[in-house]
Each structure stands twice: as structure tokens, then as C-alpha cells.
Design a binder for this molecule. Structure first.
Ligand SMILES: Nc1ncnc2c1ncn2[C@@H]1O[C@H](COP(=O)(O)OP(=O)(O)OP(=O)(O)O)[C@@H](O)[C@H]1O
Length: 454
């Protein structure tokens, strides 16, 4: 560095010019407003500014989807940059945490600079930070608890982007502090919306809904993360259709814990590895029979009814089924699941796969699933394995969810259109509400051919 040879620090005017070079908007925006005021008149300029604000307001009200996708993240990032992390606050936090270097000759402090802020969601910001030579990600890692307090945020995670560039993923606040109540069960099958079933809430304070028809759902989360609550919330929403035989449950339950309650209302229910393999085989045969029947009738897809039901295959402990079994069974299971993944959507054969830990055995099949949910996991690497590349960098801090009961059911999904992670919480279905579901279904049971394999 040139400054190593001189005791003088860079001039303030040089720093100011460099700063303006990095933030051209800070000069160009006021300059454009002034030029417009002088050229077009102040009334016209006020009108343009007011019109822009009114336009944004109208967009916000009329089209929440596109506004939240395009405008909100940019406006939020801008506000965070200039209001929340502006100058002194950032500088003081890094000095307090000892995260700077000092020029030995001039005594000048080199504070890592915030080069970019992305604010994909209301509760998470990603801060791209340029390090100075001599600094390393490890120093930041060691100081994360102090930095979290200094910036007054909930949690910070860290990623290396490239040499001398790191990203701090800052979770500003916890969106979910209360347990979300189990959804009501609709009474009539007609009231069930198969493409939009209530599962819980999102960090935006709106319903978190998932489709079952035409979709395959993958839920990852360590033990106690609340995987079952995602499934049970969906099943409560489907209750009348299960009762009427328009939805059939095929359950592989090696653990025989919570889903054991559902054995009595399942079309097929299996526990050990051999039975599960037989169940999946039968499920695939059912799918192929439906394919033939659709071809004969010249139809492209089914409309769920007791004659052509939606068949929901629930695989608990998918990792155990795919990894620990004898090689031959696991291989055949993978082949069958690949068939369901690629062909089941038109025939009304949907899968829900639950895994405790994404491993090399579960990762290949993961791509068969159209919707993926990552609840609390034990390793940072698991997040991208479940949700896709850079999901953690964009704010999916599923490995940072504290390992306490109060966080069960909290996780992340990728928003379909923007590919940005969204923090969600599943509603909690307790034992009594699960019993209620079973009773409701059994009371008016019209599901044909009830047979428990276990
Ligand atoms: N959505 C939720 N909201 C609040 N608490 C929940 C939620 N889901 C689960 N819990 C709590 O967490 C506990 C563990 O949940 P659950 O057994 O569903 O986890 P899991 O991920 O299925 O674990 P495992 O893989 O061991 O079965 C539950 O007994 C309950 O107390």
C-alpha cells in the first residue's frame, strides 16, 4: 500500500470524491431535482415527485405481489443503508468489536466498508462487507455475538463471497413469537382448495399456503423441528376429502410415532422397510393404472373425486428408508420415487417426504420435489442442500434457528416467483387436534377399501 511509505493519511477531499464516486446517486438525485426545479419550475418538479409517490402508493395497494417482489426489497435496502447502517453506527460497531485494521505509519483506522445491502425480506438484510488486507472471515466469526449486540439485531450469520468480500446475513427480528393455532377443518369437500391449503403464516403476516394437487413437498428439519406440524396442518385442511374418499393417504412410517394415529384413516399404512417398499410399489402401480385409464379416456389429468382420488404418499424418515436399508431395496425405492416425481402430477399422485438431515442419499431425490421447506437444521451446509444454491446467503438462516421448543415449526421456503427465501411458521396440531381429525374422518368415512398393511 502506498500509505505504508508515508506518515500522512489521505486528504479528506480525496476521500469525499471517492465516496461520491461510490455513491453517485447521492449527488445525482439532488442535482436532478435542482435542475428540474430551475428548468421546469418548482411546481412542476413537486408535481413529478408527488406523482411518483402517488404511483408507488397505488402500486403498493393495487398489486401487492409485484410491489413486494420488485419495489419493496429495493426501497427497504435503500432505507436500511441510509437510515439503519449509515456511517457512524456501522463504524462505531466495528470499532467496538475490534473489527478494523490500523495503518501503522499514519495511525489511520481502516474500517471494513459496506459495499452493498440487499434486503430480501422485512426481517433479514444481507450486508456485503469489503475486508481490508490482514482481515479474515474468522475474525468476524469470533466476534459475531458482540457484533449482534452492537448492531442491536437478533442474529447474524456469515458467508465468504470471494477474497476480501464477506456477507453478513442479519436477522433483524424474530417474526414469530407465538404458536399458531391449528387450522379449522372444513366440513364439505367442496370447501377444500387443493391448490391453496393453509399451513401457517409467513413473516409478511399473511397465510402460508401450499398446494397438494400437482405438487410434491419436501420437508427437512432436525428432530423436534416440527416437520409433522406441516403435514398435519395440511391433513386437517384435507379432512372432508379424506372422509369422502377423494383423498387417499399412503403412509410409510418407520418411526411409528405421530403418524401411527393416522393408520386408521390411511388407505395404506406401513412401518418396516419391506412393507414400505411394497407400499410404494403398489402406489406406483396405482399411478400407472390411472395413466392408462386417462389415456383411454383421452384426458390429460384427473379432477379429484372418490372415483379418481388424489393419492398422497407420506414418507416419514425418508433418509432412513433410502440410506439404512439393504442396497437393493433402497435403489428400487429411489427408482419408484423418481417415477412418481416425474409422472405423478397429472394422475393425482403427490408425495410428501420428510427428512431429518439432508444426506447424500436424500439429496438426489430432493430434486423430485417441487416445493421444499427447510425447518431447523444442524449445519449451514444443509440449508442450500434443501433450498438450493445461495438460499442461506439470501437470508434462509435455518441452521441459526435456536434449538429450543419455542422455535418448532419455524423455517424457510423459497418464494416461487422471486426465488427469495421467506420465513414461515407452521400451525401446530396437537395430539387432541389430531385425534379430532381422525374422529371427523371416521365418523363419516366413505373412503373405499380401507386396509392397514402394518
Ligand atoms: N408448528 C409448531 N409450533 C409450535 N410448536 C411445535 C410445532 N410443531 C411442533 N412443535 C413442538 O415441537 C415438538 C416436536 O415436534 P415434532 O415431533 O413434530 O418434530 P419433528 O420435526 O417431527 O421431529 P422428529 O423428526 O423427531 O419426529 C412437539 O412435540 C411440539 O411440542
Amino acid at each position: 500500500m502506498a500509505t505504508e511509505f508515508s506518515k500522512r493519511a489521505k486528504g479528506a477531499e480525496v476521500k469525499a470524491v471517492a465516496w461520491i464516486g461510490r455513491h453517485p446517486g447521492s449527488i445525482l438525485t439532488p442535482a436532478a431535482v435542482t435542475a428540474s426545479g430551475l428548468e421546469l419550475g418548482w411546481a412542476t418538479t413537486g408535481g413529478i415527485l408527488g406523482g411518483t409517490a402517488a404511483g408507488l402508493g397505488a402500486w403498493y395497494r393495487a398489486h401487492p405481489d409485484t410491489f413486494d417482489r420488485f419495489a419493496a426489497p429495493r426501497m427497504r435496502a435503500w432505507r436500511r443503508r441510509w437510515v439503519t447502517y449509515l456511517g457512524r453506527r456501522w463504524r462505531n460497531a466495528l470499532i467496538a468489536c475490534d473489527l478494523f485494521t490500523t495503518n501503522r505509519k499514519t495511525g489511520e483506522l481502516h474500517i471494513p466498508r459496506l459495499v452493498r445491502i440487499r434486503s430480501y425480506s422485512p426481517s433479514v438484510d444481507t450486508l456485503y462487507v469489503k475486508l481490508h488486507p490482514g482481515q479474515h472471515l474468522r475474525q468476524f466469526e469470533a466476534k459475531l455475538p458482540e457484533l449482534t449486540e452492537a448492531l442491536k439485531v437478533e442474529r447474524i450469520a456469515i458467508e465468504r463471497v470471494k477474497p476480501l468480500l464477506i456477507a453478513l446475513v442479519v436477522e433483524r427480528s424474530e417474526s414469530f413469537t407465538e404458536v399458531i393455532e391449528a387450522p379449522e377443518m372444513p366440513y364439505d369437500s367442496d370447501a377444500v382448495e387443493l391448490t391453496s391449503l393453509y399451513v401457517g403464516e409467513t413473516e409478511y403476516g399473511v397465510d402460508w399456503r401450499l398446494a397438494t394437487l400437482g405438487q410434491h413437498l419436501f420437508v427437512a428439519g432436525t428432530t423436534g423441528a416440527g416437520k409433522n406440524s406441516v403435514v398435519n396442518a395440511l391433513l386437517r385442511g384435507l379432512a372432508p376429502m379424506i372422509r369422502d374418499g377423494s383423498v387417499r393417504l399412503w403412509i410409510c412410517d418407520p418411526k411409528q410415532m405421530e403418524f401411527a394415529k393416522l393408520a386408521g384413516i390411511a388407505h395404506r399404512y406401513a412401518t418396516d422397510e419391506g412393507e414400505c417398499a411394497a407400499l410404494v410399489e403398489e402406489y406406483v402401480e396405482d399411478m400407472q393404472a390411472t395413466q392408462r385409464s386417462l389415456a383411454e379416456q383421452g384426458k390429460r389429468k384427473i379432477t379429484p373425486s372418490p372415483i379418481t382420488p388424489l393419492n398422497l404418499l407420506i414418507l416419514d424418515e425418508m433418509g432412513a428408508l433410502l440410506a439404512y436399508g439393504d442396497g437393493g431395496t433402497a435403489r428400487s425405492l429411489k427408482r419408484q420415487l423418481a417415477l412418481v416425481g416425474s409422472q405423478g402430477r397429472a394422475t393425482g399422485h403427490s408425495m410428501i417426504g420428510l427428512v431429518q438431515e439432508p444426506t447424500k442419499d436424500t439429496v438426489p431425490v430432493r430434486d423430485l420435489f417441487t416445493t421444499r421447506v427447510c425447518l431447523r437444521v444442524t449445519s449451514a451446509a444443509h440449508v442450500d442442500m434443501v433450498l438450493g444454491e445461495n438460499a442461506r446467503l439470501r437470508g434462509a438462516l435455518a441452521d441459526e434457528i435456536p434449538n429450543v421448543a419455542e422455535t418448532s415449526g419455524i423455517g424457510y421456503v423459497i418464494r416461487q416467483r422471486s426465488r427469495v427465501p421467506m420465513r414461515v411458521r407452521a400451525a401446530y396440531v396437537d395430539d387432541r387436534e389430531l385425534d379430532e381429525l381422525v374422529e371427523f374422518v371416521r365418523a363419516g368415512w366413505r373412503g373405499a377399501d380401507l386396509r392397514v398393511v402394518a
